[in-house]
Ligand binder design. Structure first.
Ligand code: GAR
Length: 217
């Protein structure tokens, strides 16, 4: 049985594409059953259409409150019998109530080594701070922005002469490897929340998936 995953996007959808590509492998334990965008023009919607994946726009501008938007989101996910939700460049804050309803089944990818550099304009802020090791993180979602128990991370060097754009491109390559690997851990129930951290099945090795994962099959 493959797990039913929804991917929530707001824009380009390159992480969505990496998940679509990973799911082409018969050994992958999840299927993307639904893609939802809060922006009608998100490029990721075309990627979903091309892959023949059901996709839907729930435009936040059609709702009076954040709560109303999240209720519509929650109902749509439940109607589609979604088991896990992956945020992939979904640039909307979710209400504590939504986060509670999807607790331990809702994950996010962020282009920094959390808990450093949460929020927006991450690459620019990392360059300005002069850090030498950047990276990306996949984590369970808690009520605060870009926080929650960490599932996996990948490190990326910041090179002399890097701009926000060149650094973003280098990190993105790692995002595309890390997210499918972490989703595999999640749906195979090999990564579970335990308080503020994640505990792993004994079969999980750090070098395999938690840090700088190799290309998946
Ligand atoms: C990715 O870099 C993702 O990590 C980031 O948005 C980008 C979306 O790109 N997410 C966040 O910053 C969340 N706080 P994509 O649409 O091409 O996947």
């Amino acid at each position: 049985m493959t797990a039913k995953l929804a991917v929530l996007i707001s824009g380009r959808g390159s992480n969505l594409q990496s998940l679509i590509d990973a799911m082409a492998s018969p050994s992958f334990p999840a299927e993307i059953a639904l893609v939802i965008s809060n922006r009608p023009k998100a490029q990721g919607l075309e990627r979903a259409a091309k892959a023949g994946i059901p996709h839907k726009v729930i435009d936040h501008k059609d709702f009076k409150t954040r709560e109303d938007f999240d209720t519509a989101l929650d109902e749509t996910l439940r109607l589609a019998n979604i088991e896990f939700v992956a945020l992939a460049g979904f640039m909307r804050l979710l209400t504590p109530d939504f986060v509670r309803k999807w607790r331990d089944r809702l994950i996010n990818i962020h282009p920094s080594l959390l808990p450093s550099f949460r929020g927006l304009h991450v690459h620019e802020r990392m360059i300005d701070a002069g850090i030498k090791i950047a990276g990306c993180t996949v984590h369970f979602v808690s009520a605060e922005v870009d926080s929650g128990p960490i599932i996996g991370q990948a490190a990326v060097p910041v090179l002399p002469g890097d701009t926000a754009e060149t650094l973003a491109a280098r990190i993105l390559e790692e995002e595309h490897r890390l997210y499918p690997a972490c989703i595999r851990l999640l749906v195979e129930k090999k990564a579970r929340v335990s308080g503020a951290v994640v505990q792993y099945d004994s079969s999980v090795t750090a070098s395999g998936v938690l840090q700088n994962p190799p290309d998946s099959d």
